[in-house]
Design a protein around this ligand. Structure first.
Ligand SMILES: Nc1ncnc2c1ncn2[C@@H]1O[C@H](COP(=O)(O)OP(=O)(O)OP(=O)(O)O)[C@@H](O)[C@H]1O
Ligand SMILES: [Mg+2]
Length: 101
């Protein structure tokens, strides 16, 4: 997995625009565990959401196994996510009303 110049802004073009990721370039090695560390609000969850194809970055490219994933259609991205990515959410959004029954 390789990221090149990944930038992520929220609320782009609005008064409350915030740039969270600035030109992030890095690659992850196969069979290696990688931890992303940093103080609260520094963009860890944002980066992980980009890595998991949940958020599209404002700029930059992301390759997984030679596939330029943000060039795929939404449907192809969903299929790719389904087949290659495991995601444990920071917020689970469990609904009290919705029990297993
Ligand atoms: N959907 C959003 N819209 C606008 N701003 C956002 C959004 N999500 C996150 N932010 C802002 O982006 C910045 C980075 O947030 P992020 O959740 O990625 O940080 P984090 O490193 O995961 O923090 P924590 O350690 O508290 O989980 C923060 O300033 C946050 O307020
Ligand atoms: Mg977080």
């Amino acid at each position: 997995m390789t990221l090149k110049n990944i930038t992520k802004k929220y609320n782009q073009g609005k008064a409350n625009e915030v740039q969270v990721l600035k030109d992030i370039s890095l690659s992850f090695q196969k069979n290696k565990l990688t931890a992303i560390m940093g103080r609260s609000g520094r963009g860890k969850t944002t980066l992980i959401n980009v890595l998991g194809l949940m958020y599209k970055p404002t700029k930059g490219t992301y390759k997984i196994k030679e596939t330029d994933v943000f060039n795929l259609s939404e449907t192809e991205q969903a299929l790719f996510r389904n087949q290659h990515i495991v995601f444990v959410f920071q917020s689970y959004f469990l609904e009290n009303k919705l029990t297993a029954f």
